[in-house]
Design a protein around this ligand. Structure first.
Ligand SMILES: [Zn+2]
Length: 220
């Protein structure tokens, strides 16, 4: 059973060992812990994870695993699974000669740089896939028939593997950092977080420093 002090101990230890300066996300944990009225004990102040008690250590290990991302072995295993899924679809394309399925495979993209969209968290495996995940259908006279459910199935398989799936026509990648940016609304309150100029799309993370430079240039 996890008590609150074990969780606080774990976050404090993690923040002390993993923060990257006072503006980092990890450093912000200190502020939140203080707000909770937390005071670190000596074991926690020692910055030695081995001095955490068992339940705090479990939470700490999980935080470290998330921060360090999946291991190389895990990434290779995932890449192999993705390759196998794509080969399966390629085989179906050859067999059926369905051009819509062909265009599904051709337009399927894997992204490895994460999101630069407010409110979105990068998947733990580090991969986001954009595609058209709709089943392929056709009108024949008055009847609507499904030709292939493969895009839907691939989307579900990706979800199961921990790969985040997004719609191809709703996302673009930043010309600077390659992170994904939403380009079409998902709610009434949505506003674009990117800027467009000279045919380039710049995400909110890359545009901040540039904008302030531009303003300075304008005034001079
Ligand atoms: Zn960017």
């Amino acid at each position: 059973m996890l008590d609150r002090s074990a969780i606080c101990d774990a976050y404090y230890m993690f923040a002390s060992l993993y923060h990257a300066g006072q503006f980092s996300k990890e450093y912000a944990y200190f502020g939140r812990l203080i707000k909770l009225g937390y005071k670190p004990g000596l074991g926690v102040q020692s910055q030695d994870p081995d001095r955490l008690d068992e339940s705090a250590r479990e939470v700490y290990d999980r935080l470290v695993a998330n921060a360090e991302g999946p291991s190389r072995a895990a990434r290779e295993k995932l890449a192999n699974k993705v390759a196998r899924i794509i080969r399966f679809v390629e085989y179906e394309v050859q067999k059926t000669k369905n051009w819509q399925l062909r265009s599904f495979v051709d337009s399927l993209q894997l992204h490895f740089n994460g999101y630069a969209e407010p409110g979105y968290t990068d998947p733990q495996c580090g991969i986001i896939a954009t595609g058209n995940w709709n089943a392929i259908t056709k009108w024949e006279g008055a009847t609507h028939t499904t030709l292939s459910k493969t895009p839907e199935i691939v989307g579900r398989l990706f979800d199961k593997l921990g790969i985040e799936t997004e719609w191809l026509d709703e996302w673009c990648s930043c010309s600077d950092c390659g992170k994904l940016v939403r380009t079409s609304p998902d709610s009434m309150s949505w506003t674009p977080s990117y800027t467009l100029g000279d045919g380039e799309l710049i995400c909110c993370e890359c545009k901040e420093p540039k904008d302030s430079n531009d303003e300075l240039d304008d005034e001079s």
